[in-house]
Unconditional design. Sequence first.
Length: 278
Amino acid sequence: MKFGIATFVDDDTIDAVTLARAIEDRGFASLMVAEHSHIPASRETPYPMGGDLPPEYYSTLDPFVTLAAAAAVTSTIELVTGVALLIQRDPIHCAKEAASVDLISGGRFVFGVGAGWNLEEMRDHGTDPKTRGARLDESIEAVKALWTTEPAEYHGTYVNFDPAYSRPKPVRKPHPPIYVGGNSEATVKRVIRHGAGWISVAEPRDVLAKRVAQFRADAGYDVPLAMFGAPIKPDYWSTAEELGFGQLGLRLPSLGTDESLRLLDEFAAQVARYRSAH
């Protein structure tokens, strides 16, 4: 099992370049970054984890710009959107942004996508929350078409375009890995429909085990499993590894440079101890 770093890169935290170099220097496998385009000032949607919305949600950098900066100063780590809110993005632009990161990085981009949870945020983008699942399915299919065919076309209810040329194409063939985020029956069906992986958050063992069992029973292929925001708890890591997770993105709080580097050193030491014991 690989260990990466999952975080919100904000305008007042460690910068993307310093962070990416530090992650690679310490032997981690990936940088996973979250996305929120904006946070509406008037919001009724509850934070899924309970309590007040953490401050890092308000000032996240664009994930594709962040990962492009990281790509330019690294050579081995994977660069992961964890997750890109595809229903709030134009899929033609998004396909180009993602393929550009994959090209700049030499094929290290991983496309984590999700339907989101902040209803006011998605409404501001013109997305009806009631149709977000169908829109996400179409957007994934449209992006894959733009990545793999030329000219590409797609004709759906929410995404529709006639034959068009779109470059660059991704380096990784047939396309970068796609992981779908979420924890629902619809998520399970979506992962399987698109032949994708699953990117979870740090759910309790029984929740993770239920979803993994569904994938094993219904997918017909070995669903890749990754996690955004795993706690720094070796017992939890062991549980995830037993369930078949291939990569954990350890949750790095959104902090300044000195404190972030100190925590990365601590995380690397804990990972080393875990590996020596397993």
